[in-house]
Write a protein of this length. Structure first.
Lengths: 512, 479
């Protein structure tokens, strides 16, 4: 029963699209309610399943789900011509990411209630996008994984270019093509994994039982890791994210920054590092060097920007850099911190973009120097924005503090000079983060109120609900992270075991 | 006295051979406005398609009819691709004739469909041939009706120019092929494929390499491989819409079948040695096709470059082993046919009312959402975005090539996909994002047009995800 419900997570959004297809676009209200109900249902289903996974902790798993501790395991032959299977399963890590996705999709549907244009198509595209994200987190077969991973390109361009603002065509194209570039790098290495892996299987579980030839790993790992890193905007592939996010409509920004960018980091951990640990040990020190841009320069660029969405995009770049710092640390604490950061950042950036969208909907500007005194007219949104900012700069009590401090501890445990230097720089860069967040909040929310803002009204109940729920999630992770760490630890343990068993190739890395 | 058992597996071939004569002949017995030939054509093509499905797929050598006509599983599935292309081409030509406005052309649809049927029969001959002579005749039968169809519209200067170019280029290609065949005959001393294969496997000589080179050059013209692709944009632009579609699918499928038969038949022993040549042709073709498509503003020229690139992608599969490559190519041709015809149906509908340029697509999503969705589906499928069928087709092509370790060409082709996505998105942008200039002339869809567009759109979405269709295609090849 639970297994069926688990498989329904990605099917329900598609079914909703099919149900809405025959309804004429003029009945937009009916369509919106159907979508809202379906996303709420998925949200509850995912929360229930997360609880189930937590409750099942410690109980033995099916033998064929080894070496990972997968619940709700399903394996059906799918495309027999190239031996692809439909394999899905849940462990703590992907269940939490699914929960994050469900929250963000639910919030995204609610905040785009009044979007301009053909609403029927817009909500259908959101649901297809949701399917693709759910699918990526659920699947353990590389073909299935890739199909879902690449599906986003289908929706992203149309959503940004048709419903966005500003340079929407440019932003949409830049985002879609850069992501497609990343996924084509991944696709090229997938074939190699299948034929060189020795087991002729696309299953991550099967592939993880063997050691992929190191010669192959040495060129495939950087290709695949960078392919995934493109969607997590690791330097030098970060350039799509500010333009893409600023052009996108609110819901798409939330989804893109909140969950899609995590898909890359998740892929790095689950596919690249898990299947090719030997090469990971060799190449990851170089990644740490790239991170200097992400975590140190990202916040400085954010200070200079006046457009709210650009500021948030650069702040996302710096926060995602921290995820990679945790991954590159290659310690259990670091990996746990990276996973925590994926979840925490998803909620806080979702909240950021949601509040920005609400402000933009009313003021029709995103430039902070044209704003002022918003706190007096729209206190609810103002408070939401400030809370998101505090979570972002790592105030204790919010999720950001837990995640970032875990990453820093984990990274410092790594016995390499360059990692430690970058860690110290990253810790210092929190100050920069504080500068741009406080400066933005100050200029936008307080100070002189322009005359044209006299008629602004605060958000309605629907939007308040989104803010309250997202803030509650941030606080929940921040105040009682214990059981989330438990969930994460049991799913990270097999990955770390595989990595620690690997011997580094003799060529020798930098640092260390 | 008669101990001759009638071979039932060649019934579809014989029917297709008789069929154009019946369709054209039917015109003699009815009025100019009669729909009888059109109905006969519909029934005939669909009957042949159904009959083909009744022929059981057989592993191995296949069945022979008079020693140089072979019916094997590859042949049957290729026949199905060709017949599907012919059926869709026929429906598209009905649209063309319904809207051409000139009454005196209306009754000529019988000849038009007859010509398509001849071209299809040529394709049949290529996939069943067992000796060079039948092979060559098949290729010519497939090409010559296309020359006539390209110049169909006598008053259209662009069409005449296109036909002239096509004939000149085609004749040169034929000359190349004949030259290659003669050298091959000189090398092997036989016309029959099995004997040529035996001769090739026992040793090579410069004579053989000259033959290989000339054969690849010759087929390069027909398959629009770089550097022999230059005729394609002009011909695609000048020919009537249904003819463009048929050239882009039937001719291309025939040419690819020609290569498959050669590479996995007579040249199978030297596949290793000609792999660099195939890789070079494939890589340059898909790169040049993609580059060429970037700057196009007219829909037909755009489709020409797009299909040049697609030919390059198909060539990539030829590097793999026979069992995977054949399935991959057939699967891809099915999907390519469906996606391409969908695009041409949409362009045809637009073309009835406006110029066929990117600019005239503007505002399509607001004017006719269904058509805009169909266009987006077809373009994303050609670009190879999952979960549409085009992705699985391309995946299979690359899978074939990667299975023999040609990772470099696979990586190159996969990266080229990003380039391809760029120009397909340009087209989608015109239809979905750009605001129209002035008022839009209305688009009216007939019932048949709407049904065909819906059918093809669903086919593209379903073909990839649902495995049962493909499993039938592949069960025949499982080794």
């Amino acid at each position: 029963m639970d297994t069926l419900l688990f498989n329904a997570i990605w099917i329900i959004p598609l079914l909703t699209v099919l149900v809405c297809a025959p309804i004429p676009a003029v009945h937009a209200k009916v369509i919106k309610w159907i979508h809202a109900v379906s996303t709420t249902f998925v949200l509850f289903a995912v929360c229930y399943l997360t609880y189930r996974v937590y409750a099942l902790q410690g109980s033995p798993v099916d033998e064929y789900a080894a070496p990972l501790l997968l619940r709700f395991f399903t394996d059906i032959p799918w495309l027999t011509m190239f031996n692809a299977h439909y394999i899905v399963g849940a462990d703590g890590l992907n269940m939490l990411l699914l929960a994050l996705t469900a929250f963000i999709v639910w919030g995204g549907v609610l905040v785009s209630w009044n979007i301009k244009g053909n609403q029927k198509v817009f909500f259908a595209l959101i649901q297809i996008l949701a399917t693709s994200v759910y699918g990526v987190y659920m699947s353990f077969d590389l073909v299935l994984f890739f199909v879902f991973y690449e599906m986003e390109a289908l929706c992203m361009y149309l959503m940004i270019a048709c419903y966005g603002s500003g340079r929407r065509d440019y932003g949409g194209k830049k985002l879609t093509l850069t992501l497609a570039f990343g996924s084509s790098m991944i696709l090229a290495t997938l074939f190699g994994l299948y034929f060189e892996g020795g087991v002729h299987s696309w299953s991550i579980l099967e592939l993880s039982k063997v050691t992929i030839p190191v010669d192959f790993q040495m060129w495939a790992f950087p290709l695949m890791f960078m392919g995934f890193a493109v969607s997590s905007s690791l330097f030098p592939f970060h350039f799509w994210s500010p333009d893409g996010h600023s052009a996108a409509p609110t819901a798409v920004s939330m989804l893109a920054a909140g969950v899609m960018m995590k898909m890359g980091a998740y892929g790095c951990l689950r596919v690249a590092m898990f299947l090719m640990p030997e090469a990971a040990k060799f190449w990851l020190p170089y990644v740490v060097a790239l991170l200097i841009f992400n975590v140190v320069l990202g916040p400085f660029i954010a200070i200079r920007h006046k457009d709210l969405k650009y500021i948030t995009a650069y702040s996302s770049i710096s926060h995602l850099g921290l995820i990679f710092l945790g991954l590159a640390a290659l310690t259990p604490v670091g990996l746990r911190g990276a996973s925590l950061q994926m979840i925490s950042h998803g909620f806080l950036t979702g909240l950021f973009f949601a509040t920005i969208g609400m402000i933009y909907e009313r003021t029709h500007t995103r430039y902070i120097n044209e704003m002022g005194g918003i706190m007096r007219k729209m206190p609810f949104v103002g408070v939401g924005f400030v809370l998101a900012g505090f979570a972002g700069l790592g105030l204790p009590g919010f999720s950001g503090f837990i995640a970032e401090s875990t990453i820093f501890i984990g990274a410092f445990q790594q016995n390499s000079t360059i990692t430690r230097i970058v860690t110290i720089l990253a810790i210092l860069s929190i100050t920069t983060t504080a500068i741009y967040i406080l400066q933005t909040a100050n200029r936008m929310l307080h100070g002189e109120k322009p005359a044209k803002f006299a008629t602004l009204t605060d958000v309605c109940l629907r939007e308040k609900l989104v803010i309250v729920v997202l803030v509650a999630c941030l606080l929940f992770i921040g105040v009682c992270p214990g059981w989330i760490s438990d969930l994460l630890d049991q799913s990270i343990a097999p990955i770390f075991e595989k990595i620690s068993a690997a011997t580094e190739p003799v060529i020798g890395g930098i640092g260390g | 006295m008669l101990d001759f058992i009638f071979p039932n597996y060649i019934v579809p071939d014989l029917l297709l051979l008789l069929f154009p004569f019946i369709v054209i002949g039917a015109r003699l017995f009815c009025t100019a406005q009669s729909k009888l030939p059109w109905r006969i054509a519909n029934v005939g093509f669909i009957a042949i398609f159904v009959l083909l499905n009744f022929i059981p797929l057989a592993n191995g050598a296949g069945k022979f009819f008079i020693s140089n006509w072979k019916v094997d599983d590859f042949g049957i599935l290729m026949r199905e691709v060709l017949i599907i292309s012919a059926i869709l081409g026929m429906w598209l030509s009905k649209d063309y004739f319904d809207h051409s406005g000139e009454k005196e052309q209306m009754h000529q649809i019988a000849e038009f469909i007859g010509a398509i049927a001849f071209a299809t029969f040529g394709g049949f001959a290529v996939v069943s041939a067992c000796d060079l002579l039948t092979f060559f005749l098949g290729l010519e039968i497939a090409t010559i009706p296309m020359y006539a169809l390209t110049a169909w519209n006598k008053k259209d200067q662009l069409g005449s120019e296109a036909a002239t170019k096509y004939i000149l280029m085609g004749s040169v290609a034929t000359a190349f092929e004949l030259f290659g065949f003669s050298y091959l005959y000189g090398f092997a001393g036989s016309l029959h494929f099995s004997e040529i294969q035996a001769a090739v496997s026992s040793g090579t000589s410069p004579l053989l390499w000259v033959a290989v080179l000339f054969l690849f050059c010759g087929i390069g013209f027909k398959l629009t491989l770089f550097p022999f692709h230059t005729w394609a944009p002009d011909v695609y632009e000048g020919a009537p819409t249904p003819v463009t579609a048929v050239i882009s699918v039937t001719s291309k499928a025939t040419a690819i079948a020609f290569l498959v038969v050669l590479v996995y038949g007579p040249f199978a022993p030297i596949q290793e040695q000609i792999a660099p040549l195939i890789a070079l042709l494939a890589g340059t073709t898909l790169f040049v096709g993609n580059l060429g498509a970037l700057k196009q503003s007219r829909l037909r020229r755009f489709m020409a470059y797009s299909s040049i690139a697609q030919a390059g992608y198909i060539m990539v599969a030829l590097l793999g082993p026979a069992s995977i490559a054949k399935t991959a190519i057939i699967y891809y041709l099915f999907i390519y046919a469906v996606s391409n015809y969908l695009a041409f149906f949409v362009f045809g509908i637009i073309g009835h009312y406006r110029e066929e340029t990117f600019a005239s697509l503007r505002g399509l999503s607001k004017q006719n959402l269904g058509l805009a969705i169909a266009l987006a589906v077809s373009m994303f499928s050609l670009a190879g975005i999952p979960p549409l069928a085009g992705f699985f087709g391309k995946f299979h092509l690359f899978f074939s090539s990667a299975s023999t370790g040609h990772y470099a060409i696979v990586t190159f082709a996969v990266l080229n996909n990003v380039l391809a996505l760029f120009y397909y998105i340009q087209l989608i942008k015109s239809a979905w994002v750009d605001e129209p200039e002035g008022t839009l002339s209305p688009l009216r869809l007939t019932k048949r047009q709407r049904n065909v567009v819906i059918l093809l759109t669903i086919a593209i979405i379903a073909l990839g995800i649902l495995p049962f269709l493909s499993n039938n295609v592949f069960s025949g090849f499982s080794l």
